[in-house]
Design a binder for this molecule. Structure first.
Ligand code: BGC
Length: 733
């Protein structure tokens, strides 16, 4: 539709119709009650109102959505099509690893391909928009939603934000297989006080701008068509009613011109926050802040009309928002083809097809992080005299898809047992080991089922199995529903009953490889002492079992790098590598107690950001800069030689960090500025170059101007955030 026609349509619409475009309801109101992602009690409406609602969340399937669209459009006075949206977080039916795990690939191009496939499957099923990517910066493992982010780093998150938006949206929303991406949650949702879900965020403007906003900005620059507000307050103001945040920052400064949607019921929740007296005031605050769509609350639905009629808000405000929604529908080509790509035949052919499964397997393998490999216990032999015993609640568990995968199923997911048996069928044993939790434990999302054995029987069988095995592979972790929305925890260890199993097994066999399944960094301090090898599998998705088998049997060398630090104890959280310098830095050798940190633990994490081993050895040497001075507009080239000094072909991720030695405000210890993942044959060496320019050195200075300050900088290049190879340069005036 032309812009003129779109405007004409807007002018022709009644106020009720206009307000309808600004409301999103879930599928229950349209007779489909599959998924509910928030409170449901407050929304009551008439059939007339339903007939005008502009978008629907959380239902999919080509035939369902085509029918729904057809019936709706027939009733709608202007036959304006509905928008269908859903949380496609790590895949539609083909489930990829959770985003935190995707973050560990350090391969934005691969992550982009995963998003493309998610979009292909979702659009065939009739969807138009995904509520992804979530690019909230996360540094506190107590918060359950860290699994939905790509991690703790500003730059890395920005690379993935861009990649995911490009993957979903491709070269145009209207083209086949592409869908709109909804960036979330704006802003700083990843920094709730104490890691407590839905808690308040107190953050300086400097930290907000410098650390928390860049990933959103990268998604916006990539053309992201929607943004979602966040549940939290920032410095005491809920985002959904924060005019400054939405109008001055998001729209003016960050140049976002797409649709802004509230998070689930967040408009009405401003009443509970205590900053709106009632729904009417909440609706006014949100529309004035520029929130276009009210997701699942009764505020816009019941109050916008009165606000206009009483002259409290102008019709222009409504028109501005309606126009943005119509524009999005137009960008998707829905006025010409309201069903877009919905097609039962395509659903049958592409969903979970071999090509999609192959990519899911590749991404999963690339996201596995090898933390430890004493005595080279991994890779395991495909044939050997000695047997291998796999045990623990994940040894034969198909629930590997994380908590935000609506359509992931046990039936379509490959477990470890299946993956292993495809590589080695002789002398491999599988034992339950123990249930996920001590019998009788109640944990969110966990169903104990029929245990058939006493705990002692589980343990006895496992210990007997461990005695006769050469190597034991412990498959341990948290239940998938223990991370995700509303799953903050004060204890971030592996469930105690699993640790008890590990201790018992360790008494009879010390050749232990532990594979951890997790949606957050865990405190694995004890587990680490009891395991010779540790592989972090996260929630690896549909092809998880195959990908793990590829890695543990050495067909693929592990190459994942931690996208968040692993703490030594929950008391260290939030912990991240790019901390600020203090006046009393801690030093492992300091014979001085009044230093930064704790008296019962070092200040460093157990495993740092960017860390991960492969099956080979790499060195990084001869860091050189082509010039020691930099001027604005120019660039320095940093070069290192990376050599595979080990015995296997493997990948390594070369990472460049920069430290600003002096600034008008205290600067981080170092910040990731570039990385490159390479693959080398044994003995092969390669020169890797990174460019450094003045733009990369900018920050919010003492007067809040965003610029680089002249002075000394240190460049560190290596394989994790502790990289030691260093060179210095000076930025001239
Ligand atoms: C979550 C969002 C999600 C929305 C719709 C909310 O509870 O915070 O991330 O997109 O529900 O399902």
């Amino acid at each position: 539709m032309t812009q003129d026609n779109l405007r004409k349509l807007l002018n022709d619409m009644s106020l009720d119709e206009k307000i309808g475009q600004l409301i999103q309801l879930d599928a229950r109101f349209f007779g489909d009650a599959k998924m509910v992602t928030g409170p449901t009690g407050n929304v009551e409406l008439t059939q007339d109102q339903i007939n005008y609602v502009g978008s629907v969340l959380s239902t999919s399937g080509a035939s369902t959505l085509k029918k729904l669209q057809k019936e709706y459009m027939e009733k709608h006075p202007h036959h304006i099509p509905l928008l269908f949206m859903m949380d496609i977080i790590n895949g539609y039916h083909t489930i990829f690893p959770i985003p935190l795990a995707q973050g560990c690939t350090f391969e934005p191009e691969l992550v982009k391909k995963a998003a493309q496939i998610a979009a292909k499957e979702s659009t065939a099923a009739g969807l138009h928009i995904t509520f992804s990517p979530m690019v909230d910066l996360v540094r506190d493992a107590r918060w359950g939603r860290v699994m939905e982010s790509t991690g703790e780093d500003v730059y890395l998150n920005s690379c993935y934000a861009k990649a995911m938006v490009e993957g979903y949206q491709g070269d145009g929303l209207h083209k086949k297989g592409n869908m709109g991406a909804c960036l979330k949650h704006f802003a700083a949702y990843g920094y709730p006080t104490g890691g407590r879900e839905y808690d308040n965020v107190e953050l300086s403007e400097r930290t907000l701008f410098e650390d928390y906003l860049p990933a959103y900005e990268a998604a916006i620059k990539a053309g992201c068509s929607m943004t979602m507000t966040s549940f939290n307050t920032i410095n005491r103001i809920p985002s959904t009613g924060n005019r400054w945040l939405m109008r001055d920052v998001l729209r003016e400064k960050m140049k976002f011109d797409g649709v802004l949607i509230s998070d689930y019921a967040a408009v009405e929740e401003m009443v509970t926050h205590g900053i709106a007296m009632d729904k009417k005031e909440a609706a006014r605050l949100a529309i004035e802040a520029g929130v276009d769509i009210d997701m699942m609350s009764a505020a816009y639905l019941g109050e916008l009309k009165t606000l206009v009629q009483e002259g409290e808000i102008s019709i222009d405000l409504i028109d501005e928002s309606v126009m943005r929604v119509l524009q999005l529908k137009n960008d998707l080509g829905l006025f010409e083809n309201p069903y877009k790509d919905a097609c039962e035949e395509d659903e049958k052919n592409i969903i979970l097809c071999d090509e999609h499964r192959r990519l899911a397997r590749k991404v999963a393998a690339a996201s596995l992080v090898l933390l430890k490999n004493e005595e080279e216990l991994l890779p395991l032999p495909k044939e050997s005299e000695g047997s291998i015993a796999f045990m623990g609640p994940y040894a034969m568990n198909h629930e590997l898809y994380g908590s935000w995968s609506w359509l992931g199923t046990k039936e379509t997911t490959v477990d470890i047992r299946t993956g292993v048996l495809a590589k080695r069928s002789e002398k491999v044993e599988f034992y339950d080991g123990c249930p996920m939790y001590r019998p009788g434990t109640r944990a969110r999302g966990y169903e104990e089922g029929n245990l058939h054995k006493t705990l002692d029987q589980y343990f006895e069988e496992a210990v007997e199995g461990a005695k006769s095995a050469k190597t034991v592979v412990m498959c341990l972790g948290e239940h998938r529903a223990q991370t995700g929305e509303a799953t903050s925890r004060t204890d971030i260890t592996i469930p105690e009953v699993q640790m008890e199993l590990l201790r018992k097994v360790h008494e009879v066999n010390e050749n232990i490889v532990t594979i951890i399944f997790n949606g957050r960094p865990l405190d694995i301090t004890e587990l680490e002492k009891l395991s010779k090898s540790i592989l972090v599998a996260w929630m690896p998705g549909t092809e998880g079992g195959n990908a793990i088998a590829d890695v543990i049997f050495g067909d693929v060398s592990p190459s994942g790098k931690l996208s968040m630090c692993f703490p030594r104890a929950v008391g260290q959280t939030p912990i991240y590598y790019s901390q600020f310098r203090t006046g009393r830095p801690s030093s492992p050798n300091a014979d001085f107690n009044f230093a930064n940190g704790y008296i019962d633990q070092p200040v460093t994490p157990l495993y740092p950001f960017g860390y991960g081993l492969s099956y080979s050895e790499f060195t990084c040497s001869n860091i050189t800069l082509n010039q020691a001075e930099l001027v604005k507009g120019d660039k320095i080239t940093a070069t290192v030689t990376v050599t595979n000094t080990g015995k296997r072909k493997a990948s390594e991720t070369v990472q460049m960090y920069i430290q600003d030695v002096f600034g008008s405000v205290v600067r981080p210890l170092r910040e990731l500025k570039a990385f490159e993942k390479i693959q080398l044959q044994p003995g092969e060496e390669k020169e890797i170059t990174f460019e450094i320019n003045e733009e990369m050195l900018r920050f919010y200075t003492v007067d809040m101007s965003f610029k680089a300050e002249p002075g000394k900088f240190r460049v560190y290049i290596g394989f994790d955030s502790d990289a030691k190879e260093m060179a210095e340069f000076v930025l001239n005036k």
